[in-house]
Write a protein that binds this ligand. Structure first.
Ligand code: F6P
Length: 488
């Protein structure tokens, strides 16, 4: 079983002469003005939540876009700050972007071209030359910040996600001896889907500058290798899972990302969480006997509208549950400078209102939509209290909410309803109730079945999922990734 300590010993044994550098778009901690005060806040995003405990073990340097409105105040002359704010365990180096650069690189090419291209959800990607040029420039800036940190030392560089497809190439140009790897946190589409991208060759050869490329599941590795076969003059080896391109070899491997199971489980037992659980029924306005939970960024890949339609159908088809169940939807606002996201928020709010109007009584309505956010303790209290958790992504690389729910479910009483189209469905299929989010009728039935599931069955199924997440935890993910690199 991988633990924080075993990860630390792998890093100390194998990488002690190397600088350990992680780079991602999103920073793990940001400084924000709260009135006149400046607060250092932990960011809530799949990548940062997963990698923060790894960095606390590795104690390296994490390079990321400065997204907080007081980030300038928090750093030294090298743009660095020690984080987490209480323990100062590792260094965060910030990269600055102008508003125009944010629009081209983050809101533009990353999230209007690569994001819809990689998720098969029938959302058309937008490829603008202007966005692409800024995306390239920012990848170069990230590479420069990384090279600045490497100095003259040996280095292990770990790039994260679709925002940084070209950074590896720029690093290798100046430091071919640096070990450069990349983990792709979203799905990799099939070659037919990818071929519409006008910049496909540059992106693929950028990624093939890396020594190791990681995806969540084997299916995404195969898709990637097939894409390379389609698009580039390269030698793909399906036995070794490697690709040779322009004389450079890249290993392609699956590493299913996960959560800090032990950390989440322990904290879910803590006194503040226990107290927060007691206060929940007073805090959630409509009274309930059954609590169903969903936690997402408001993103079209998450299937929020599909879920709401299934809830409507469920209440219509099984009216005996009206006035008994409350669906609590945590919906973090996301990428709101992009019109599709702004429109989606409006659609979600409108549909919630319609469904609530349709079923409401004097003292009850079925859906609570919280877009304001809550703190971590309340988050865990909700996970521990919810009788069911619904993850209905239309397509998702992994989905860590599913694994967090399992890790926090220390009472073994919850049921996980999980989209078949998530990476986590591959690992949790024995315990979760799998759904096709496009099929409202069967999702409505799945909700009913979940409510009616016996206590024994819930315990049995939750235990199965907990065993899997406990074993395949975040330290295993990082440990396996690093061990593969060490073998290089
Ligand atoms: O899950 C995919 C992902 O891109 C992660 O990399 C990231 O944690 C999440 O979506 C949130 O995205 P953003 O940083 O744009 O809010």
């Amino acid at each position: 079983m991988w633990t924080k300590d075993s990860l630390i010993s792998v890093i100390e044994k194998n990488l002690k002469d190397y600088k350990f550098i992680v780079a991602s778009n999103r920073e793990p901690y940001m400084h924000e003005y709260r009135g006149k005060e400046i607060k250092c806040i932990k960011t809530v995003s799949g990548v940062t939540i997963a990698l923060d405990p790894v960095m606390q073990a590795a104690k390296g340097v994490w390079i990321a876009w400065a997204g907080g409105n007081a980030d300038k105040e928090g750093v030294d002359e090298n743009n660095c700050v020690k984080v987490p704010p209480d323990t100062h365990t590792y260094t965060l180096k910030r990269v600055w972007l102008s508003t125009e650069e944010e629009d081209g690189y983050y809101y533009g090419y990353s999230n209007q071209a690569l994001w819809p291209l990689s998720h098969i959800v029938y959302e058309k990607p937008v490829f603008l030359k202007g966005h692409w040029l800024i995306y390239k420039k920012i990848n170069q800036r990230f590479a420069e910040a990384i090279l600045e940190e490497i100095e003259m030392d040996k280095a292990f560089v770990w790039l994260q996600d679709y925002h940084l497809t070209l950074a590896g190439k720029y690093i290798k140009k100046k430091r071919p001896d640096a070990i450069v790897s990349m983990f792709w946190h979203i799905p990799w589409p099939n070659p037919e889907a990818f071929r519409i991208c006008p910049q496909k060759k540059e992106i693929l050869s950028g990624l093939l500058s890396c020594d190791l490329l990681g995806f969540h599941i084997r299916y995404h590795c195969i898709n990637f290798m097939n894409t390379v076969d389609f698009e580039l003059e390269a030698k793909t080896n399906y036995e070794e899972n490697s690709i040779i391109h322009r004389g450079h070899k890249t290993l392609v491997r699956a590493f299913p990302i996960s959560v800090d199971f032990e950390g989440i489980s322990d904290e879910s037992h803590s006194l503040p969480v226990v107290q927060a659980i007691k206060q929940l029924p007073e805090q959630i306005e409509p009274s309930y006997e059954i609590l169903a939970l969903s936690v997402d960024r408001i993103d079209y890949t998450k299937g929020i509208l599909e879920r709401l339609k299934a809830i409507d159908r469920f209440l219509e088809k099984y009216p005996e549950y009206q006035r008994k169940i409350v669906f609590y939807q945590m919906g973090a606002l996301s990428r709101i400078r992009i019109k599709t996201y702004k429109d989606l928020i409006n659609k979600v709010q409108k549909l919630v209102k319609e469904i609530n109007c349709k079923y409401r009584t004097e003292s009850w309505y079925p859906i609570v939509l919280n877009t304001k956010g809550i703190d971590y303790v309340q988050h865990l209290a909700l996970y521990r209290s919810a009788d069911l958790c619904i993850v209905s992504s239309r397509h998702d690389g992994m989905n860590l909410v599913a694994k967090e729910y399992v890790a926090a479910n220390v009472d073994l009483k919850g049921v996980l309803i999980l989209s078949k189209f998530t990476g986590s469905a591959r690992e949790l299929s024995k315990g979760a109730t799998l759904i096709n989010p496009y099929d409202f009728e069967s999702t409505a039935d799945a909700i009913k079945k979940a409510i009616q599931m016996s206590k024994e069955k819930r315990v049995e199924r939750m235990r199965k999922m907990r065993d899997i997440v406990a074993e395949r935890n975040i330290y295993r993910w990082a440990g396996k990734f690093i061990s593969n690199l060490v073998r290089l």
